[in-house]
Design a protein around this ligand. Structure first.
Ligand SMILES: [Zn+2]
Length: 456
């Protein structure tokens, strides 16, 4: 069912009024292109629960779909039709005509479903191909994979979760990722969740983690980039975006991902049977995990991790220490692309670069000054990847291997080395030298560093 509210237009350069925020705990925008007045109507209003902007009549609609809500339509059917995306229009039109549409995952034939199920049996393998899994599930990789992991870890039973509510929550999460983003979309979230599962299975962690720890880790992994606009924090700051104002230019995106996740948790009622105290604790701990993925804070986390390892004082019986390790694990899961096999890693590298360059194109068009790593005229994938691996990935995974010196850690470091060598080979072919590290990485500080959205 669709519930439509008509809201006043929200200027993009002003903070969002509190009464608007309170509708869902967070405001979201439907796509980076919609942010910049992209005229393509199909790219407007695509997302569930999105604030949508129609440049022609400056009308914004807040649209929610709740399966069990009463219908309230406060805008005319004609207006709705004009503002809805093609897909959403089809869905609402079918609904009003009383036609029920099978869940998209049911559209798949048995053969595809069978192959997806087969893949899930090996969900703990480091060479799990999330791109293939996404195709086999018809674009539902995040829902299918996370639901399966909840089952596998016994969370549904342990926390007495309503499976309908769980599925609905996961569908909402998946839909709130922007499928138009080349990189920061639901497939990245599914990939990070799969990696997190691999880390949770590591002996040191698995023997000390509680069901609560596992629950929070999987939710945080699945939601850690929720409603990502496909541009980074410096971009939001220099364009006076309301999110930058709202979060005072600090971990702007991570705060937004977290608050968006909290909004969906509350809306789904998934944990409504828990005490208020536990729900509040859950929301705050999920926040700690998601905020740790801000790559501009990496040095702080890494030096704390290194100090613990040097002193040998990590005690996983201590809930605070376990929580810290889960933060490090989520950080690893978030930037583990270079530690995957070359076939998978290369695809991620191409996607993240495409997103960087898309931002650079917008910055050029609007004379905003092109951000580091975002200029397609001067940057190459190889340069970006070599810098990323040298300054961010290698130090993090080196420490992780000290903490958990297992076959998985050695496999990840092995891929990292091979992948870096491959990019260096390409760099040599392109420039005649193989030792160039992108200057943007050499000037590492929190202003210059590519923010989490760029590389996570
Ligand atoms: Zn991420």
């Amino acid at each position: 069912m669709e519930v439509c509210y008509q809201l006043p237009v929200l200027p993009l350069d002003r903070p969002v009024p509190q009464h608007v925020l309170s509708r869902r705990g967070a405001i979201s925008f439907s796509s980076s292109s919609a942010l910049f007045g992209c005229p393509n109507p199909r790219q407007l209003s695509q997302r569930r629960g999105a604030i949508s902007y129609d440049s022609s009549d400056q009308t914004a609609l807040y649209i929610r779909m709740l399966a069990n809500s009463e219908i309230e339509v406060s805008v005319s059917a004609r207006n709705v039709r004009r503002l809805l995306s093609f897909q959403r229009y089809l869905r609402s039109s079918r609904f009003f005509r009383g036609i029920t549409v099978p869940n998209s995952s049911n559209i798949l034939d048995d053969d595809y479903n069978g192959q997806a199920k087969c893949m899930l049996e090996k969900v703990g393998n480091w060479n799990f191909d999330i791109f293939l899994f996404d195709r086999l599930t018809n674009g539902n990789s995040l829902v299918s994979l996370t639901f399966h992991l909840f089952n596998l870890h016994g969370l549904i039973e342990h926390f007495q979760l309503d499976t309908m509510k769980l599925r609905r929550f996961l569908v909402m999460v998946q839909e709130d990722y922007h499928s138009q983003n080349p990189y920061h979309n639901a497939v990245h979230a599914a990939d990070v969740t799969q990696a997190m599962h691999c880390y949770l299975k590591e002996p040191k962690l698995s023997k000390s983690l509680t069901p609560w720890d596992v629950l929070l880790s999987l939710i945080a992994a699945a939601t850690h980039d929720l409603d990502h606009p496909g541009v980074n924090q410096p971009f939001l700051i220099k364009t006076n975006h309301y999110l930058a104002t709202l979060y005072k230019n600090t971990s702007v995106l991570e705060n937004h991902h977290w608050r968006s996740a909290v909004g969906l948790l509350r809306e789904s009622g998934l944990f409504a049977h828990m005490s208020l105290e536990n729900r509040q604790l859950m929301e705050s701990q999920i926040g700690d995990l998601i905020l740790a993925t801000d790559i501009s804070q990496q040095n702080e986390y890494l030096s704390m991790f290194r100090s613990h390892l040097d002193r040998g004082d990590l005690c996983l019986e201590n809930p605070n220490h376990r929580h810290f390790i889960l933060q490090m694990a989520l950080k690893c899961a978030d930037i583990c692309n270079p530690c995957r096999t070359w076939e998978l890693s290369k695809q991620w590298s191409e996607k993240v670069t495409e997103e960087f360059f898309h931002q650079g194109d917008i910055e050029k068009k609007y004379h905003l000054g092109v951000s580091p790593l975002c200029d397609r005229q001067t940057e190459t994938i190889a340069n970006i990847q070599i810098g990323f691996m040298t300054y961010l990935v290698e130090p993090l995974f080196g420490e992780w291997a000290r903490f958990s010196n297992t076959r998985l850690s050695q496999t990840m470091l092995g891929h990292l080395g091979l992948n870096k060598a491959s990019w260096k080979g390409m760099q040599r072919e392109q420039t005649g030298s193989g030792d160039d590290v992108d200057p943007a990485f050499e000037e590492m500080d929190s202003d210059i560093l590519p923010q989490e959205p760029r590389l996570s």
